[in-house]
Design a protein around this ligand. Structure first.
Ligand code: ZN
Length: 204
């Protein structure tokens, strides 16, 4: 190995721009690959880019996303945004889990721009996650943003760490939910939400 000084000099600028390419090159070697062979030469850079994108939620915040898209309305019926696709990485294996989320709320006075809800989902999905926390964070964020009477979130997902390794169950999905306010306290509200979500099964 070269002297420490040389290594520090070589690595430091990379750390400053947060590139993980050198680590991926190292990883390829440790997996028994030849990082210099044709197909892998640019792989560290590609993985670097991909992983930064898949964890770009760390760079986002709620204020930026909402950007004032809250509207005062008289509407007081349930708002449901169904089948929001998401892709995340489990924090235990850094393998993908993906699925759909259904987000509903009962407005008090304010509604949120509809396109903002999938963006809130992405903000939390593009981090290292567990499905339970992802579900909670989406619910809590909508709750805090518009102070509605209640929020319900259901998340259906498949985990590569279950499908490709471990128990190797390709067809089992995991479901999580978070119910706040009226969705927690009132059975009729919860039932209405579940009926709206379930009236068409969707394979996750
Ligand atoms: Zn996992």
């Amino acid at each position: 190995m070269k002297s420490n000084k040389a290594v520090v000099k070589m690595i430091k600028p990379e750390i400053e721009d947060e590139s993980i390419a050198p680590l991926i090159e190292e990883l390829l070697g440790r997996l028994g690959e030849d990082p210099k062979r044709d197909g892998l030469v640019r792989t560290p850079q590609r993985v670097d880019k991909a992983l930064h994108f898949l964890t770009s939620g760390y760079q986002m915040n709620v204020e930026q996303i909402l950007n004032g898209a809250l509207y005062e309305v008289k509407y007081d019926e349930m708002v449901v945004v169904r089948d929001i696709e998401f892709f995340s990485l489990c924090e235990h294996h850094m393998l993908p889990f993906y699925g759909k989320m259904h987000v509903a709320y009962l407005p008090r006075k304010k509604v949120i721009g509809l396109s903002k809800i999938p963006r809130i989902v992405d903000m939390f999905a593009r981090r290292l996650q567990i499905q339970e926390r992802l579900t909670q964070q989406v619910a809590q964020t909508v709750y805090e943003a518009i102070n509605p009477l209640g929020v319900g979130v259901i998340c259906e997902a498949r985990h590569f760490c279950m499908m490709m390794r471990g128990v190797e169950k390709q067809h089992s999905g995991a479901m999580t939910s978070a119910m706040l306010g009226a969705f927690r306290d009132r059975k009729d509200t919860r039932d209405e939400f579940l009926a709206l979500v379930n009236h068409r099964g969707n394979g996750y």
